[in-house]
Design a protein around this ligand. Structure first.
Ligand code: G6P
Length: 460
């Protein structure tokens, strides 16, 4: 078996690990994948230093070897905060209103991709499979090729891929997408993102695209593009439910909500997650159903994210205001409808919290996949499972079609879904959950890794 080299911006150190969904999918999922395929995980240390060393810091812990480099201030500003998170992230989530187009950050992004390629190249041996992840590193494959790397190179995008009409608003879009065609396999979370990508390659690059097989030919390049829906580490996650930590968290929710139903949301504090819209939908439910504030407590866990960026500071303020307004309007001396929690939780605690909550509330405006939805399903009691409310705009909606589907832009739709979930009889809950559960259990992280790695092995 070839050695697997994984390259991603974030490299999770085991101590910092929460559940995959809560920390944003990628790091938790890769940790699980790498434990199975012995290899090397290369990326940013997360640290800013004045004079970064050219040598990566290599460590082995918990069965995974990591190699990380530090970055200097300017690199973080232009590559991470700038082009990756102020240009590509909003654009890939269909938010051209928030997308900043600065040539300088684009240049910084390419420079840092060069830096990663130069540092990674000496670590790569001739038989290795190289698997690059996410929007931080679109041109990395091309940069590795320039370093003389002939290995099979794969790329997986954890976010959505935008429709062509949005993508062409990006200056130098062609240059960015062409660089993707230096990989041998390019993977997406679901068919919708894949179709947009194939459409772009055909319309904008004039590539020869086989829609059935996902084979793209351009000049002398042959690339396979496919969807590989990511899953959770089912065995590990459900295993964590056996711990005292999980049971305690479950009890804390149950005893503090008493006879009311807990509805749980867990999202990074990101504008793509539709948090204000969720609050509006919940407020509409309370307005339309007088007296039912007695039946439900909405617990929203939202760990802050990318706090240096203004768009993230704004969403945080907006959410604090909305929560205050809704609680002000609907609280009684013995009840508060929304518990808004900023602190993060461990995997076991989240398992317990999900299990104690009879409604899972996942309503992103756009999401590559969304692993919180899958973790919620995995944590349910088969004899008395909760109901998943899910945005139709999450990649997960294509697989989890037995969820109560909502349009997160419509407060009425959300309000109706909450009511439906609250009143759903046990037999319907069980019937829906069994199908959801089978999909979450069977299409897990091991299957995702295996599918991608097999295609990469056969490529070229
Ligand atoms: C999303 C991205 C990941 C990213 C994560 C957390 O899930 O797809 O690449 O690591 O968010 O964001 P951060 O900026 O903290 O790495």
């Amino acid at each position: 078996m070839s050695r697997l080299i994984v390259i991603s911006n974030r490299v999770a150190v085991p101590k910092a690990r929460g559940a995959a969904g809560a920390q944003g999918g990628l790091a938790g999922a890769l940790q699980a994948a790498l434990k199975r395929n012995k290899g090397l995980w290369f990326g940013w240390s997360g640290k800013e230093v004045e004079n970064p060393s050219a040598e990566p810091d290599v460590q082995t812990s918990d069965g995974v070897t990591t190699a990380t480099i530090d970055l200097k201030h300017q690199d973080i500003e232009e590559y991470y905060s700038g082009y990756a998170n102020s240009t590509l992230w909003p654009l890939f989530h269909y938010r051209i209103d928030l997308t900043e187009y600065e040539r300088e950050t684009g240049i910084g992004y390419e420079r840092v991709n060069d830096l990663f390629a130069n540092t990674a190249a000496p670590l790569i041996e001739p038989d290795d499979l190289v698997w690059v992840h996410d929007y931080h590193f679109v041109p990395l494959g091309e940069r590795l090729r320039r370093q003389g790397i002939k290995n099979r190179l794969g790329f997986f995008l954890h976010t959505p891929w935008p429709p062509t009409r949005l993508l062409v608003s990006l200056p130098y879009h062609e240059r960015l997408v062409r660089s993707l065609l230096e990989y041998d396999v390019v993977g997406f979370q679901c068919d919708e993102w894949l179709e947009s990508f194939l459409h772009y390659c055909r319309k904008e690059l004039g590539a020869d695209v086989n829609e059935d097989t996902g084979e793209i030919r351009l000049d002398d390049r042959k690339v396979l593009a496919r969807s590989y829906p990511i899953g959770i580490d089912y065995a590990h996650f459900t295993g964590s439910g056996d711990s005292g930590e999980a049971r305690q968290a479950e009890q804390r929710v149950i005893s503090s909500t008493r006879r009311r139903i807990a509805m749980i949301g867990v999202d990074r504090l990101d504008y793509s997650k539709g948090l204000p819209e969720k609050m509006d939908g919940f407020a509409r439910f309370l307005e339309r159903n007088p007296g039912r504030n007695q039946d439900i407590v909405f617990i929203q866990i939202a760990p802050p994210s990318r706090e240096g960026l203004e768009s993230y500071q704004q969403i945080r303020e907006e959410l604090e205001q909305k929560t205050g307004q809704i609680n002000g309007a609907h609280s009684r001396i013995d009840l508060v409808p929304i518990r808004y929690v900023n602190e993060g939780h461990s995997m076991a605690e989240l398992y317990g919290i999900y299990r104690a909550s009879k409604i899972g509330f996942v309503t992103p405006l756009r999401d590559g996949m969304n692993l919180v939805a899958k973790e919620y399903v995995a944590a349910q009691d088969p004899e008395d499972p909760g109901v998943l409310i899910l945005s139709q705009f999450a990649g997960a909606a294509q697989q989890l079609d037995e969820a109560v589907m909502v349009n997160p832009h419509s407060p009425d739709d959300i309000a109706r879904a909450i009511r439906k979930a609250l009143d759903m009889p046990l037999d319907e809950r069980k019937r829906r959950w069994e199908k959801l559960h089978a999909s979450v259990r069977d299409d897990d992280i091991a299957k995702w890794t295996q599918n991608f790695v097999t295609d990469l092995e056969n490529a070229g």
